[in-house]
Design a protein around this ligand. Structure first.
Ligand SMILES: *[C@@H]1O[C@H](CO)[C@@H](O)[C@H](O)[C@H]1NC(C)=O
Ligand SMILES: *[C@@H]1O[C@H](CO)[C@@H](O)[C@H](O)[C@H]1NC(C)=O
Ligand SMILES: *[C@@H]1O[C@H](CO)[C@@H](O)[C@H](O)[C@H]1NC(C)=O
Ligand SMILES: *[C@@H]1O[C@H](CO)[C@@H](O)[C@H](O)[C@H]1NC(C)=O
Ligand SMILES: *[C@@H]1O[C@H](CO)[C@@H](O)[C@H](O)[C@H]1NC(C)=O
Ligand SMILES: *[C@@H]1O[C@H](CO)[C@@H](O)[C@H](O)[C@H]1NC(C)=O
Ligand SMILES: *[C@@H]1O[C@H](CO)[C@@H](O)[C@H](O)[C@H]1NC(C)=O
Ligand SMILES: *[C@@H]1O[C@H](CO)[C@@H](O)[C@H](O)[C@H]1NC(C)=O
Length: 338
């Protein structure tokens, strides 16, 4: 038998439940700005209305559409992240530039997306993160990127981009992450990258698997570069300055020529691969003291002298030191002559 108290409690609970669901519904049905809706529908049309955008219909707010996010306060579309679709075919639509409040644009793992990065994207001046990766996009790394003054992360890795890295990227005061790995970029690493970045801000630079040549610009070593991957290019000269700040340094498979003996590593260094270069000198004793060091590979160089012992050195096998001029001592089979 239900008492009056029970009934009252139930009514109260129901009321609470109802008000909670209506609040949630209101939050979900965030109003879509007409211009954003028009831009998104134009993007959909430009790509041939693929199945990927099946939820992009006028009877729901565009803020609820797949891959789309709106700002809570302004209600404007601030993020478009399209990824993982091998069916999505065509060029990057100019209509994206009509999403004028966009802060994040991600086009990832869309192997049939092709053509150049359109100049129209220069209009997206609020853009903070631009990712176009694992696509068939070709053409140059556009110089207009230097006009996107809010840019903090630029990831154009795993594409078919050609030409040089624009030096103008160095003008960007907030750009702290650049990933241009796995393209067909040629020419030198330009001077001035990260030159206008707050030195308190850590930066990363990934340029691996390209066809870059020339030496590492001196000012790059002055940046607060915590992670630098220049592997598999045709870079030359002295890159020792990168070890001062870099905790992850991959210089493998280039044509660097320098003397390792005097190198001082950053205390928190955890990854060093300099294999397949023309590096001379010996392994600094400090290496045994780097407690975070997980990878240390100096194989296929022209180094000499004793491999340091003790400390963390047991982590590294002979393959990390093989094919040098005259490195000796454990874990190598060659004993050092006294
Ligand atoms: C791609 O197209 C195929 C064939 O039409 C379909 O079966 C598949 O679901 C599509 N994949 C996506 C992610 O739309
Ligand atoms: C962008 O918006 C303008 C004004 O609404 C329109 O004239 C233009 O066609 C749009 N551009 C694209 C590529 O959809
Ligand atoms: C750079 O970042 C700072 C801190 O987030 C911000 O105040 C400033 O407006 C940004 N600058 C630009 C040009 O976006
Ligand atoms: C590019 O490099 C950054 C920094 O290491 C990483 O977070 C990101 O996942 C990379 N991009 C791709 C597509 O792997
Ligand atoms: C790399 O660049 C060199 C010139 O610097 C050129 O001779 C070579 O063909 C390029 N290789 C590729 C794979 O593009
Ligand atoms: C490397 O530098 C050290 C001094 O730091 C010097 O003793 C040694 O001879 C140099 N090795 C080569 C191959 O230039
Ligand atoms: C390694 O660490 C020990 C103990 O802290 C210290 O005595 C030694 O000087 C260090 N060696 C190098 C080369 O940094
Ligand atoms: C070090 O590099 C060499 C040459 O690329 C490779 O054969 C070896 O497996 C690497 N060692 C480790 C631990 O990755």
């Amino acid at each position: 038998m239900m008492t009056t108290m029970d009934v009252k409690m139930r009514a109260l609970l129901l009321l609470l439940l109802l008000s909670a669901t209506t609040t949630a519904a209101k939050e979900q049905q965030q109003q879509c700005h007409d211009d954003d809706e028009a831009a998104l529908l134009a993007i959909d049309a430009a790509l041939g209305s693929p199945y990927h955008f099946a939820s992009w219909t006028r009877d729901t707010s565009c803020c609820d559409w797949y891959d789309v996010d709106c700002d809570q306060d302004s209600g404007r579309v601030v993020s478009l992240s399209v990824f993982q679709d091998a069916n999505l075919t065509g060029a990057i639509p100019d209509a994206i530039a009509n999403l004028t409040h966009l802060r994040t644009l991600v086009l990832h793992h869309l192997p049939q997306l092709s053509g150049a990065i359109p100049d129209s994207l220069a209009a997206l001046t609020s853009l903070s993160q631009l990712t176009i990766s694992w696509t068939a996009v070709s053409g140059p790394v556009p110089t207009f990127l230097a006009e996107l003054t809010s840019l903090t992360l630029l990831d154009l890795s795993f594409n078919s981009l050609t030409g040089a890295i624009p030096a103008s990227l160095g003008a960007l005061t907030n750009l702290s992450g650049i990933n241009l790995s796995r393209n067909r970029l040629a020419g030198p690493i330009p001077a001035g990258l990260f030159a206008n970045l707050d030195p308190q801000q850590e930066a990363y630079l990934r340029l691996s698997h390209n066809n870059l040549s020339g030496s590492v610009p001196a000012d790059l070593a002055a940046a607060n570069l915590a992670l630098v991957d220049l592997s598999r290019n045709a870079l030359t000269g002295d890159a020792t300055a990168l070890f001062r700040q870099g905790r992850y340094v991959d210089l493998s498979r280039n044509s660097f020529v320098f003397n390792m003996s005097g190198v001082e590593f950053a205390e928190e260094t955890y990854y060093v691969d300099v294999s397949h270069n023309g590096i001379r000198g010996g392994i600094p004793a400090q290496v045994a003291n780097l407690t975070n060091l997980q990878m240390f590979n100096v194989s296929y160089n022209k180094m000499c002298g004793a491999v340091p012992a003790g400390g963390n050195m047991a982590r590294f096998d002979a393959y990390c030191f093989q094919h040098n001029k005259c490195l000796c001592g454990a874990p190598l089979a060659t004993a050092c002559r006294r």
